[in-house]
Ligand binder design. Structure first.
Ligand SMILES: [Zn+2]
Length: 130
C-alpha cells in the first residue's frame, strides 16, 4: 500500500512525465551543442596550451549528461513501479513513503527514516579504511 489516492498518483505521474521530457530535451541540446560550440571552446583552450582546461570541460559536460541520464533512469523505474502498483511504497519497510516526500522527490524508493539509515550505511561503506 502506498497510501496515495488517484489524484495524487496522477499528479506525480504527470510531473515525472514532464520532467522526463525536459531532461531528454536538455540532453539533446547538449549533444547538439557539443558538435558546434564545444569543439571550438575546447580547441581555444588547447590553443592556449590549456589541455587540462579542455579535459575539465569535457568532464563537466559528461558529468552533467551522466546526471541527467541517471535521473531519466530513476524516473522510468518509478513509472514502471507505478504501472505494477509498487510505487510510493518504501522498498525497505513497505510502509507508504508519503505524498509530501514524493512531491519533493517523486522517484524516492524509501521513506525518510529508511533513507537516512541507508545513507548512513552507504556513507560508512565509502569511508576509507586505513
Ligand atoms: Zn521505510
Amino acid at each position: 500500500m502506498n497510501g496515495l489516492n488517484e489524484a495524487q498518483l496522477a499528479e506525480l505521474a504527470a510531473f515525472m512525465q514532464a520532467r522526463n521530457k525536459v531532461l531528454r530535451q536538455e540532453i539533446r541540446e547538449e549533444l547538439l551543442g557539443m558538435d558546434k560550440d564545444r569543439p571550438r571552446e575546447l580547441a581555444g583552450a588547447m590553443d592556449q596550451g590549456d589541455a587540462a582546461l579542455a579535459d575539465a570541460l569535457v568532464d563537466i559536460e559528461a558529468a552533467t549528461i551522466d546526471r541527467q541520464i541517471r535521473e531519466i533512469r530513476a524516473i522510468e523505474a518509478a513509472q514502471k513501479r507505478m504501472a505494477d502498483g509498487s510505487y510510493g511504497e518504501c522498498i525497505d519497510c513497505r510502509e507508504p513513503i508519503g505524498f509530501a516526500r514524493l512531491q519533493a522527490y517523486p522517484t524516492a524508493q524509501r521513506c525518510v527514516a529508511c533513507q537516512a539509515k541507508h545513507d548512513a550505511q552507504y556513507a560508512h561503506e565509502n569511508t576509507p579504511t586505513l
